[in-house]
Design a binder for this molecule. Sequence first.
Ligand code: OGA
Ligand code: CA
Ligand code: FE2
Length: 494
Amino acid sequence: MTHKQEKRTDSSRNASDSAPSRLGRPPGERLPGPKTTSVCSRSYFVVVMVFFHVYIINVIALLLYVHYSSGQEDAKPAPPYDDGSNSDRRNPHSPRPPFKASLPRDISLPRIEGIRVGHIQKVSLVPGKVHEMRTLSLKPLLFEIPEFLSEDECRIVMQLAQLKGLMESQLMVQDGQEELAKELNLSPEEIFNLLDINQDGQLQLHEILTHSRVRDGIWLTPENLQEIYTGLNADKDGNGLLNLEEFELLSPDAFQRFLLQQGVKRSQLVRNSRHTWLYQGKGSHQVLQNIKKRVTRLTRLPTTLVDLSEPLQVVRYEEGGHYHAHHDSGPFYPETACTHTRLAANASTPFETSCRYITVLFYLNSVEGGGETAFPVADNRTFEEVSLIQNDVDLMDTRRNCDKSNLRVKPTKGKAVLWYNYLSDGRGWVGEQDEYALHGGCVVTHGTKWVANKWINIDPDYKRQARYEQLVSHQSEDEDDEDLTVNSNIHEEL
Ligand code: OGA
Ligand code: CA
Ligand code: FE2
């Protein structure tokens, strides 16, 4: 047996021969080698070819399917914005009705693409000049455009503002706020529990700061607070924390009274600047109208939306001036009204915000020292409100902590920065507030600083925006009609 096997193995030089022998077939039953090879190869070839053809046909069918279905997608118009009732829930195989581009409900707000930080796109905003727009961050979607305004334009805007007169941006704390504290119908324990964010029975410095910042416009630093504790002998064990007993010994307006006694300085306010508003409509200075047109081209928004927005705000910071970090526009809930469309709203609403979809901030002069615009959490991986004050470092404090901001923009004469305060709703309209759009003006260490804000107001409630536009349409009927199709071609990749 061993011998036979050895013999057979010796005479078998190829794999097809050795296979039957391993199966133990008797040698006599074996078919001649060449014939076996021929039959097996043919059937093998047939099977392989059948599979190969089926495979090729499948691939072709798949490619055809992908081609035709994406072709349909391409032809699909941008989803028209409405109240949501018109969203595309049709059977995908049913024929689509023809797209009516002229319907006003089919407005889809263009949004400038950021691509990536550092990306530069060329924009044509004025005849004979090409501007370069650089992406500074994606969260928020933020761009800078050097030389957006000419030197003359900067000068004229500052002069017009001076001619009109600037007022204090934030009034000093009024005595009337003491009354407010008395009206507060809450027990000290209830107040304590509201302030104690982490509910550990102690008031940490940041818990008091978060509350005080919001409540009365005075910007308290951890050191201020320690001073107040010492002055009032509030923190008896000196551990920087207030327990309920310590808190109850304080009168409701103790902090307020202590600050007023000390004298509140302008530098302690949220905002230390002066400002005025310049109307940009018909009959206004040509420079102001030109700036508005340029902003319309830059944003590619319909002219009416820009025309119906707030006037230009011109701000002047003296040396030592600042604006702590803030949002230009608040969050939007179903119960929120926009200031600009409030008259068009049917019901009274508990909340109101300015609905500033876009901020365009212009630097009217180059500042000698400080005065950068800081974006503390730009392009942060995450956003958590509580982490804005950590280890008693308050990232929103632009007098002290601008150097810890993720992004700072240097104020250079003529430069504009543009950012979106709201995300897109994914259907071509305004969506949720972009929390990353938090920003502030760093303290001016040398010289003065002049900026201007152009805010573009859009109601996230499309119907309300449309109603408002209808209401005021007679005012803007014969304004020059800049064609959107012209606007759509001005952003060009570098
Ligand atoms: C503002 C503002 C920033 C700055 O006026 O709302 O954020 O750098 N200004 O002055
Ligand atoms: Ca606590
Ligand atoms: Fe701002």
